[in-house]
Design a protein around this ligand. Structure first.
Ligand code: ADP
Ligand code: MG
Length: 330
């Protein structure tokens, strides 16, 4: 049984960056205002995510890392929207089958917190009382210690740390009222360091730099026609003064970080058709749609989404972006 669990877990958590994404999403779900990530050895030695969210109740700790344990179902009215959030209650459990997970947490009004370690879905010992300030810290150590081939591939591949920094950068420009930091273990300097702000441009400037932030055009579109499509979009796209070879597309749909290849391609096409220079765009885009119109791929690690009326929505966004780019170019 444990081999089966390990293989399944290795599918949910494919690389260190997948674990970081799940942990940060949990911190966001816990209403945190500050999230910091520490990584050692590209995440293979240590991933540590600390937040100042609502914490985990003592009585919830024994089953925290059992598969399908989630505190989040009551938030969603119907099965469709549960599905759209991906797999529930799989992430922490999966991490305990492929790494060593230690949780330190304190809930509001408690005098002390608790610390407990997990393996293979179970607590290794009773929760121990400990000092804690606010929120939750989750440590994942020795990821894939029991999957030798995976560990080897990851050790030889380009540093996952770059992917983790990229991930945190994306979160930081969407959740601008949350502070994010990401650093290598022992490093004095953080590689992502964003302070909560009310200005999206400030957030983009602090994360991606002035060269991007000073060359952005605001984009907006919406539709409210139930027979064709219902959505609201807003974001930024780079103008012709920003010249790079590779597209950066930061896409959030209903506040979840996702990928939509068809939309990305459509925007690259208008970009190269509208702007004279051979450059690729930087795009930040947030789309809000009825949750039942979003279909997240059944596989938990694929962030590719498809949308109801996708072609209509893409065409509308494409034409709005095209005219905004043209205006800026005149
Ligand atoms: P899911 O997020 O789908 O519910 P997870 O396995 O990611 O499943 O997490 C299991 C549960 O652990 C969550 O439902 C939540 O109750 C609790 N949890 C995990 N991380 C945190 C955190 N940082 N703060 C508060 N609660 C957390
Ligand atoms: Mg989760």
């Amino acid at each position: 049984e444990s081999v089966v669990n390990r293989i399944a877990a290795g599918e949910v958590i494919q690389r260190p960056v997948s674990a970081v994404k799940e942990l940060v999403e949990n911190s966001l779900d816990a209403s945190s205002t500050s999230i910091s990530v520490v990584v050692k050895d590209g995440g293979l030695k240590l991933i540590q995510v600390s937040d100042d969210g609502h914490g985990i109740r003592h009585e919830d700790l024994p089953i925290l890392c059992e598969r399908h344990t989630t505190s989040k179902l009551s938030k969603y009215e119907d099965l469709q929207s549960i599905k759209s959030m991906g797999f529930r209650g799989e992430a922490l459990a999966s991490m305990t089958y492929v790494g060593h997970v230690t949780v330190t947490t304190i809930t509001k009004g408690q005098l002390h917190g608790y610390r407990v370690s997990y393996r293979d879905g179970m607590m290794e010992h009773e929760p121990k009382a400990c000092a804690a300030v606010k929120g939750t810290q989750i440590m994942v150590e020795n990821l894939f210690y029991n999957m030798i081939a995976r560990r080897k591939t990851l050790q030889n591949s380009a540093d996952d740390y770059t992917k983790i920094v990229d991930l945190l950068s994306r979160f930081a420009i969407h959740y601008i009222d949350v502070s994010f930091s990401c650093r290598k273990h022992g490093a004095a300097r953080a590689d992502v360091h964003s302070v909560a702000t009310s200005s999206r441009l400030d957030a983009i400037r602090s994360v991606y730099g002035l060269s991007v932030a000073r060359n952005l055009i605001k984009i907006e579109a919406s539709d409210n026609d139930p027979s064709s499509s219902v959505f609201e979009m807003d974001g930024f796209i780079s103008n012709s003064n920003y010249v790079v070879k590779k597209t950066t597309m930061v896409l959030f749909i209903n506040d979840r970080l996702v990928e939509c290849t068809a939309l990305k391609r459509a925007l690259e096409i208008v970009y190269s058709a509208t702007l004279p220079k051979a450059s690729k765009p930087f795009i930040y885009m947030s789309i809000i749609l009825p949750p039942e119109h979003v279909d997240v791929n059944v596989h938990p690690t694929k962030r590719e989404v498809s949308l109801l009326n996708q072609e209509v929505i893409i065409e509308k966004i494409q034409s709005v972006v095209e005219s905004m780019l043209r205006n800026s170019n005149e």
